[in-house]
Structure formats: C-alpha cells, structure tokens
Design a protein around this ligand. Structure first.
Ligand SMILES: C[S@@+](CC[C@H](N)C(=O)[O-])C[C@H]1O[C@@H](n2cnc3c(N)ncnc32)[C@H](O)[C@@H]1O
Length: 276
C-alpha cells in the first residue's frame, strides 16, 4: 500500500521545480489577469481535475441536498476546485483531504487567494485523519483509480460519515481493457487501480452503504471530448487548462485516456450512496 501511495505522489508531484500555484498565476498573468483580480471562476479550467470539468461536478452535486450546515469532506481533493465550488454554491463547510502535499499546498494558496473558506489537509483515503461521524457528506471525484483497496476506501468513508450521511462518487471505472500508459492519473500500471462497477458496489454494501443512484457517463463524456477536440482544432489548447497540472506529457496522457473512453474500455460513473 505504501509503495502504491509513493508512486501516486511521485506521479502527481511537481514537474519542473516551479510551484504549481506559480505556474497557474504565471499563465493567468500571460492572459492579462493580474494576481489581485483572480477569482475562483478564472481557475475552473485547471482546478477541476476530472473528465467533464465543472459541468461534471455540478451534474453530481445538484443531485445532493447540500445546505450551509452540511459538513462536507472531499476525499482526494486535488488543488481544491470541487471543494471551493461546493463552498461557494451551497455555503457549506468543506474540508479537502489529499495524499499529494504539492496539491494540498496549492489548494490552500488558491483558496486563500480567492477568499474561499475551505480547508485542506494532507492525508490518505485509507486512513482519514478525522474522528468517527464527523461529516454529513463525502465526495470522491476521480480518485478511486489510484486506490488499490476499495473495501478500505468505503470502510473509511463510512467511518467518518454520520449514520444517514451521503457518499457521492464520480470515478473512472473499468469496462474492458486497461488503457495504454501514461494516463492523467498514472504514469504506469503500478499506480493505476481501475476497477469495474461491481467492485465499488460490493465494497460499498460491505461497508454499510445503500446505493441511492447510479449514472454511467460514458456517452456524456464522449460527446464532451468531441466538443473539446473541435474547440481545440479551431482555437488551440486553452491557456488555463489541465496541462498546467499534468506537465509536459499532458498530450499523451489525455490521448491515451480519450482512446480508452472512446473504445468503451473505461468510463466515468456516478454512484451516490446512503450510509445506513
Ligand atoms: C485525478 S486527481 C482528482 C482531484 C480532484 N478530486 C478533482 O476532481 O479535481 C486524483 C487525486 O487523488 C489524490 N489521491 C490519490 N490517492 C490518494 C489517497 N490514497 N488518498 C488521498 N488522496 C489520494 C491525488 O493526490 C490527486 O489529487
């Protein structure tokens, strides 16, 4: 498990010695956005590190009843886009936890810079640094592909949720062959742990969750990729985009993922569970 976690951190870690925060701010400055003028909206091209971007996050969130009093944990929070979106859209209290220290540092600095009342903590999904029953809602967006032990993920999520709490998952799942590597979440097979939907459903049931809703998003994201490729053919890649996070190998990572999604070998799936 520790080896897998070390592989994950090294995959996501800084690419060129310049902090990710500084790379994002330099890219914004090159677009004429002064540091003092940066808003959460400017970050949306880069801080939603999953297929479908902000629209996919909203498609998941808007199925949930989130209110200002909702205590939310975003597991594998990346550089904090989904957490900031939940805090601003619903006024909820959001904590993010992530294994990659660079991402947690970047998430904190971005939230401070745009005035988002979110907090971020370094920690593992397999050993969440929170007391039992701390949260009403946990979210997991494109993280399970890095997690070799789904039963342990679901057991930890169940532990930190109160009875009756909700666990909302939006993960890339396996429906056929594994993709070629690298992909956005992994440089090679040693840190990619794609699983089929039944692995998730079994682990969830075992941990005391009941499935409330499931949507397979393959068709939606295939249309998303076609539209994205048409936009890029006309206007080139966006200046503020995921290549800032994925580094120099971003084009091949994206191409391998799109190929596998197009072939139907992998696809994102939403699953919403209630903790019994
Ligand atoms: C593809 S990114 C998604 C980030 C974020 N959820 C989003 O949608 O913008 C996957 C994230 O999972 C984190 N991660 C991977 N394994 C983890 C673990 N065992 N515990 C916590 N976070 C983990 C990575 O550090 C990375 O930030």
């Amino acid at each position: 498990m520790e080896n897998a976690e070390a592989e994950v951190v090294s995959h996501y870690a800084d690419h060129d010695g310049v902090s990710l925060f500084d790379r994002i701010y330099a890219a914004l400055a090159a677009q004429g956005v002064a540091a003092a003028d940066v808003t959460a909206e400017h970050l949306k091209g880069v801080d939603e590190f999953h297929i479908g971007g902000v629209d996919a996050t909203l498609a998941l969130l808007d199925q949930l009843a989130i209110a200002p009093a909702t205590r939310v944990l975003d597991i594998g929070s990346g550089i904090g886009g989904p957490a900031r979106l939940i805090a601003s859209r619903y006024g909820a209290q959001v904590t993010g936890v992530d294994l990659t220290p660079d991402f947690v540092e970047t998430a904190r600095r971005l939230s401070a810079a745009v005035g988002s009342p979110t907090e971020f903590i370094v920690g593992s999904a397999f050993d969440l640094p929170f007391a039992d029953a701390t949260f009403d809602l946990a979210t997991l967006l494109h993280v399970g592909m890095n997690l070799p032990d789904k039963p342990r993920l679901f057991a930890e999520a169940a532990r930190v949720l109160r009875p009756g709490g909700t666990f909302a998952v939006y993960d890339v799942m396996l429906f056929g062959n594994h993709p070629d590597f690298p992909v956005p979440w992994s440089s090679g097979p040693e840190s990619s742990f794609l699983s089929g939907p039944y692995t998730y459903l079994d682990a969830a049931a075992e941990a005391g969750f009941t499935l409330r809703a499931r949507r397979d998003r393959g068709d939606v994201v295939r249309a998303f990729f076609v539209a994205m490729q048409e936009r890029m053919a006309k206007a080139g890649p966006p200046a503020i985009g995921l290549p800032l996070i994925m580094g120099p190998t971003a084009p091949v990572k994206a191409a391998n993922m799109i190929k596998a999604v197009t072939a139907g070998d992998i696809a994102p799936v939403e699953m919403i569970f209630d903790r019994r």
